[in-house]
Design a protein around this ligand. Sequence first.
Ligand SMILES: [Zn+2]
Length: 722
Amino acid sequence: MIFPMPTYRATSRVRWRALPTTPESPVVGPTLGSASAGRGKPRPYGRRGLWGGAALEGNGSGRGFRQRLQLGLWCLVLALGLGQPCRAAVGPIRYLLDLREPAAHLVRVTMTVPEAAPSTEFQFPAWNNLYQIRDFVRNVQELRASCDGQPEELERRDLNTWRSLPTPCANLELHYAVFAHEESPFSSSLDQDHAFLNFALLLFYLPQERARGVRVQFLLPEGWKLATVLEGEGADFQAPDYDVLADSPAEAGHFQEYNYTQDVQLPGPNSCSGGTGVSPVTVHGQDGRATSGGSSGRRRATYRVIVHADPADYSAGRLLASLEKITDTETALMRDVPFSRYTFILHFPREGGGGGMEHRNGTAISVPASQLRDYWESLEGVAAHEFFHLWNVKRIRPQALEPIDYVRGNDTRDLWFSEGVTSTYGELCLLRAGLITPQVFYARLAESVRALQERPARAFQSVETSGREAWLEKYPDYSRPERSISYYNKGALLGFLLDLAIRHASHNQASLDDVMRRLNEDFARPGRFFTLADLGAILRSLAPSYAGLDAFLREDVQGTHELDYDTYLAYAGLRLLRKTEEIPAWGFVAMRSFEGHIEVESVDPGSTAQKAGLQRGDVLLKMNGKPLFVLRDLLHSSYRPGQRVKFDVHRRQGDAVVEYALEGKEGTTYRVEELPHPTAEQRQVRVGWLRGTTGIVGAHGVRPVGGRAPLAPTSTIREGRP
Ligand SMILES: [Zn+2]
């Protein structure tokens, strides 16, 4: 997940700069979440839910006794193994979502539970997408129940849980409405323009039967169409269980749709093992079935791009060109296409904030239209990050995130890897896809270093703890530099340093790319979840001579040692330059609220900002005439002490304009640069790192033993351009 224009701080001590493509700097929002496996059980690539396909999708009431007995026995075996109740031969839970009251922002839901057990419990999630307890039940209204057409009183057990009568019911129905009026990839919204739906914000689940199949139907306003990550046709969709449903958002309205397919040439088993200890790659077909040709061959990937925006606000050609480069680069890097179809749901609103939310087979991304116009790279950065999540966190999944607890939340200690290293790969992918130059890559790396080094909290909060405390990010003051660091920021840095360490220790015969592929092969594919110990074991096997590995895990991941940038960067013939100079002091601290507003949290006493009348609580609408969600304009590199700034602010008493000259203060700036005369080994590591290859650098470039270089060019076929 990313808040691409996340919280921004402008203070005399710290500035958070909005680098939309590097969520490490200003990220305040938490994170992802949602589902992949059913009730904490593995979901191997090749399986369609816990129940292994359609075995339980039929309506059990018509089955013969023998069939019911067989299913019952099978169910008993499964139930014993899975540790959760199970009833044979029950049909899917059905949800009907009526979107025909868009002006009222009310999604009317009918939930039907066939053959409901006595005392069936219904629960509403308290969180999803973001790692924040958000109490989604607050938007549920007019809840009533009926059993076989007769009204039934539900007993409320707690804030999120209701229970039916202690008698069975052939068709237990819940009727309710959900107020959906929050535009963001992490929420749900319904208005006369469109609907964007995250189902965990809309639909109850049965805590005792979360692995039960579900079917979803929609009633749409006249003339609307629907696109969803769910499997299905027309307005009728299904999912193997609630977790998959919650991880499959939908867009409805009058969107633009584009499709493209890509052929990805996957390498054979010998081309990537080259002495690196990498497991032979097994190529899987859709949903994990091996394609013909054994463990190598061409795979065709299908991508759908759904855009809710004014077509005048973006170039479809540029959009598809960017996405194609990203999907091509990352599938080649992972040597894997584990989906039958991947869906980008994109919003480019004229007003409001942005962000990106990953899903197993798609992503929802919002980028303000003005930002798209001024800073196209922000969209590319978010897309590169979210697409890589389809492996890292959605399939390469930490044990601690399973099973998903929709009410209390989960242990998020591994977010430095699941989010931070995803940011590492977002950046590497942009570089290797040719979307940014090495010089831009170095500049962003230096910016990430600055973002961490300016936070005093790095002295006491480890990156593991930062992930664990992600749940506190909903409180603005938690993000103070004195209180917390960002697991995006430090996690991404650790990803870069780890890659350099592996390459150095293995003489560039192995890399972090190999680690990701091993996690994919050894954990994601067989449906296993990983722990930090598992990661350590893979690192040890790929780079046995990496003597500092234990210290890295203990001191840099779980501890608070200062990162040794100089040693790691030197492995690639790079150095970090630090310069103390006068930089502008903005005189205030601002935070981005959950609604996307940039709000002044405090004003420094005696500052020019205070003298000019800036107040706590002011919402900053524009700076120097530009909408302020384009926070990259607030980089201290582009502003100088003495320069005048003008803010259009909104406050309760009425809008105002605040204008003042920036003061100066002493601060450190960072720059990463290449050593002019690297050793052969340093050059080898650097070239491998930048290009995503392992092997020996010879007179004619890299002789690869892995990575992208051996792959054949890919082709792209576009369809359905409007
Ligand atoms: Zn993310």
